[in-house]
Design a protein around this ligand. Structure first.
Ligand SMILES: Cc1cc2nc3c(=O)[nH]c(=O)nc-3n(C[C@H](O)[C@H](O)[C@H](O)COP(=O)(O)OP(=O)(O)OC[C@H]3O[C@@H](n4cnc5c(N)ncnc54)[C@H](O)[C@@H]3O)c2cc1C
Length: 501
């Protein structure tokens, strides 16, 4: 690490969080709720909070509960449906809602309508095989209390009542099916991250520095991390010190993790996937749709590219988007550099990168196809979900950037993962979050896990255990196995977050 300028050393913080997206904001608020005496410093390279993936227009705002996302319920070779992942995702989102509800009750978060709204979550498919899959999926999910109330229909008239845009003008001979969960949500993760940050900044012992980029790390034998931080406005650097560091830099986490030098970082690589939406400009069309409708991903596409026609609530306005159309860019952040991917390649991850690349030629082909899509092809994709769509009503917008994790694998050499990966040092002094999916919805579950891993003694203490249960009443229990508890916590969160029944 090059020697930075000799500005007076700041006291050692208990915690430094890098990045001001939903993940760092959640961790900061959780830690302060557990121990108000902790000192926390935050560094964000942009001049605004939550301006990368967490911003409302950079993600889909789906409160991922596996109600509508078909990739969480794969079909087994024997034709049965595996719902274990769906149960996990649904449970994780219930933890998030419980935490947000507790913060609202404690006055730490403002009016919940600033960040969360009820919107039915639907899956929609066509063709005999897909209809059969959806029927089996629905039957399997009803065994779990987390999917109680899910409706299924193959009746075009019923589906038209639910989603007229999707059905109007559709070939009446086409077999179709849909499921509907009325208690789905749309979350403005940008507004939520900003509200969490505002609260955090108001607490004693917290400082947040915008326009400050973390460039390098060193862990000294005294157990303290030194971070080289550059003030992007002045160009000057200083050293920030902390006992614990969280790398919550979104797409920027991988390069920082590599610089940390911890052995656990070895072998990780990243594969960036960019995205675009079609955003509806016609208020009459926006008014006619009232659901998040997810379909089946195209063959060879990554799971997060499932097309969806999506009602949003952003800054008090109802909106409608369709997408995402995937793409490829070598940037790791939307506001990053085209050299990001190349700079992330090291001796330790070149083998996993090459192996994962060779094993995912289908994905590469799919992404190239998406990048080369013409406006006419994009409209054709939209019309699969909204047959009467008029391209003049839709505007193309760039979504957030995701960096999929590539991991060293003994058998395969390297594997491409589509989930979220938490990497922690053996001594628990630093943790990083890689990957993007299911993402912001699971921020609370991820941070609860992180706190228990990195602060094991304090997390096991009676004080923190009590506080965990105050903040997340079902903490330590499994909702999928306890129908009464699942119903009770869902109802409590619904009431406090003022969601519809
Ligand atoms: C197209 C798309 C659709 C999505 N849809 C959904 C969805 O429907 N539901 C859902 O739950 N999730 C969704 N996600 C995922 C979700 O957006 C992310 O998981 C989540 O926003 C990640 O939050 P974060 O705080 O880790 O990252 P970010 O919000 O990206 O924040 C990281 C911050 O770190 C800063 N930073 C980076 N490097 C440095 C550095 N060196 N120094 C200082 N600061 C730095 C960045 O500027 C940024 O502000 C989607 C993502 C995308 C891209």
């Amino acid at each position: 690490m090059n020697s930075p300028d000799s500005s007076p050393a700041k006291p050692v913080s208990d915690v430094i969080v890098i990045g001001a997206g939903i993940m760092s904001a959640t961790l900061g608020v959780l830690l302060k709720a557990l121990d108000p005496s902790l000192t926390i410093s935050g560094y964000e390279r942009l001049d605004a909070v939550a301006a990368e993936s967490s911003d409302a227009w950079n993600n889909a705002g789906t409160g991922h509960s596996a109600f509508c996302e078909l990739n969480y319920t794969p079909e087994r070779p024997d034709g049965s449906i595996d719902i274990s992942k769906a149960d996990k995702i649904a449970e994780q989102f219930e933890l998030s809602k419980q935490f947000w509800a507790s913060l609202v009750q404690e006055g730490q978060l403002p009016d919940p309508s600033a960040f969360i709204h009820t919107i039915p979550h639907m899956s929609f498919v066509w063709g005999d095989a897909n209809v059969e899959y959806l029927r089996k999926r629905h039957a399997a999910l009803l065994h779990s209390p987390l999917f109680k109330g899910m409706e299924f229909s193959t009746d075009p008239a019923r589906i038209t009542e639910w989603i007229p845009l999707v059905m109007d003008g559709r070939d009446p001979t086409q077999p179709v099916a849909a499921t509907r969960m009325a208690v789905g949500t749309d979350v403005n993760f940008g507004a939520l991250a900003r509200a969490l940050s505002d609260h955090l900044k108001s607490l004693p012992g917290v400082d947040l520095h915008l326009g400050h980029e973390v460039e390098d790390f060193r862990h000294k034998s005294d157990g303290i991390w030194r971070l080289k931080v550059r003030n992007l406005a002045t160009g000057q650097s200083h050293i920030a010190r902390a006992r614990f560091v969280f790398i919550g830099a979104g797409g920027g986490s991988l390069p920082l993790l590599e610089k940390s030098g911890i052995p656990e970082a070895n072998g990780f690589g990243g594969f960036p996937v960019s995205g675009q939406w079609l955003k509806c400009q016609n208020p009459a069309v926006i008014a006619r749709h009232e659901a998040k409708v997810y379909g089946k991903p195209a063959v060879g596409s990554p799971p997060m590219s499932m097309p969806h026609l999506d009602t949003r609530q952003i800054n008090g306005r109802k909106e409608l988007l369709f997408g995402p159309y995937a793409g490829f860019s070598t940037k790791f952040l939307k506001q990053g550099s085209y050299t990001d991917l190349f700079k992330s390649i090291e001796l330790g991850n070149i083998r996993p990168l090459l192996y994962a690349g060779a094993r995912n030629l289908g994905l590469t082909k799919y992404l190239i196809g998406q990048v080369l899509q013409t406006p006419r092809e994009r409209t054709a994709a939209l019309r699969e979900y909204y047959p009467e769509a008029n391209p003049a009503d839709w505007q193309l917008e760039v979504a957030g950037q995701r960096v999929q994790v590539i991991k060293k694998d003994k058998k395969e050499g390297g594997v491409l993962e589509f989930g979220t990966e938490m990497v922690t040092a053996a001594d628990g002094s630093i943790a990083a979050l890689l990957g993007a999916s299911p993402g912001a919805s699971t921020a609370v579950a991820i941070m609860l896990e992180l706190v228990q891993k990195c602060f094991p003694a304090r997390a096991a203490s009676p004080e923190w255990q009590v506080r965990f249960r105050q903040l997340v009443p079902s903490f330590g229990q499994k909702l999928a196995d306890d129908a009464a508890l699942a119903a009770a916590v869902r109802e409590h969160s619904r009431e406090v977050l003022r969601l519809e029944a």
